[in-house]
Design a protein around this ligand. Sequence first.
Ligand SMILES: [Zn+2]
Length: 426
Amino acid sequence: MWNQVKEGSGRPGSVWRNSLFCPCFLGILGSADQGGTDPVRDGHPAFSPSGNHRTRPWRRRRTRAFALVAAGAAVALSAAACGGDGKKGDASGDPKRKAPGASKGGDGNGRRPITIAFGGDTHFQGKRLRGRLASPGTALGPIASTLRAADFTMLNLETAITTGGTKAPNKEYTFRSPPSAFTALKAAGVDVVSMANNHGMDYMETGLRDSLSAIRKSGFPVVGIGKDEDEAFRPRRFTVKGNRIAVVGATQVLDDHLAKAWTATPGKGGLASAKDVPRLVQAVREARKGSDYVIVHLHWGQEMRECPLPRQKDLAKTLVDAGADVVVGGHAHVPLGGGFMKGRYVHYGMGNFVFNGVSGQPDTTGRTRLSGVLLLRLDGGKVTNATWKPAHLSGGLPTLMTGAAGAAELKRWNALRGCTGLTARP
Ligand SMILES: [Zn+2]
C-alpha cells in the first residue's frame, strides 16, 4: 500500500491526497514546461480584476476573499506535507488547504498557474497489460513521467474493478481489472479517473459493488459512478496550488440493451448518464459553486470516427454554457480534434491510452495506436494554453512521439480541428 493521507474535510467529494508521490520525493519541481511544440498558444494576460472572463464577478470576489482567509493556516500544512513547492503534493481535497507560493506568480490570491494533463481510455485487459499490474509502481510505463510532471492528471478508466462479477449479457468485449489498478494509476501520477463509460459496469451489479468497494478502500478519486445517482454525478473536488478544481464524469455511450441496468438512478447504483442532460447540467452548476475550474469528463463519440457527432457538439456547448471550463473525453479508439469554445477548452476524443487493441472493428490503418496527452495551462480563471503531445501505443502502452513522426502526427491532429467548430486559440 502507498502512504496515503486522508483528510476529513467533512464535505462530499475528494479527501484524497498523494504524499508518497509528492514531487519532493521525485525531484520534479515547478510547472511543466510547455516547450515550443504548442499547437495552441495565446498571450492572454492573467486573470483581470475586472472579472470579465466570466459572468459571475460575485463568485470571483467571494473566491478571492475566501482564499485570503484560508491562506495562512494552509501554508504551514502544505509545506509540512511536501516541502512547500511540490507539483502534486498540494492536490488536496480540502478547499481550506492552499498551496504556498503566492509570491511565485499567480493571481495574487494564492492561485498559481498550473498545468493539467489528460489521457484517454485506459484498462488492464489482456495478458500483457494485466501482467503489468504485478508491478503496479511501473505498470503504466514511461508515460508516467509525463503524467507526474503535470500538476493534476486525469484519465478514463475503461473497466470494471473486480475479480468476480457476472459478465454483461450479449456484450462482445467485457473488461475487468483487480483493485491494484488504482495502485498503478496512483503510482503513475494520476489524480482522478472517470468510470462513466461503456465498460464501467461490464460485470454488472456485483462488479459495481466490487468497484465501489475498491474505490472506498483505496481512497482513489473516481467520478461518474456511484451507489446512486447523486453519488455518480457528485463532483470530486481538489485544491492544486491554490486552484479549486471540481471534476464531474458522465457517459453518452451505453449499449442500448444495458443502458437501463447501468444508469444510476435515485434508488440504484450505476453510472452517470450524459443522456440525462438536465441532470448533468445540474451537476456542472453544483460543481461551479466554490470552484475556480470545472472539468467535465465525458465518454462520447463513435468508434473509429474522427469527427464529433452532432450530439457531442450540442452537449459541449450546453456544458460550457452551464459553467464548464474544460470538457474532455473519448471512446472512439482514435483521436479526435480539440480546441477552444468561447474561451473554454473542449476535446472530443483522446483515443486509446493504456489499451489493448480491441476496437470491435478491424483497424487496417493503425489509427487505434495513435494516442496523446493533452496539457492545459490554467491561469487566472482561464485556460490560457493547450498542448497536444502525440503518442503511439506499443504493447498497449503509450510513448510520446518525437522528431519528424511527432511533428507529422501533431500536424495531422491539428487538422482534425477542422470538423469540430473549435478554435486553435481562446
Ligand atoms: Zn468506450
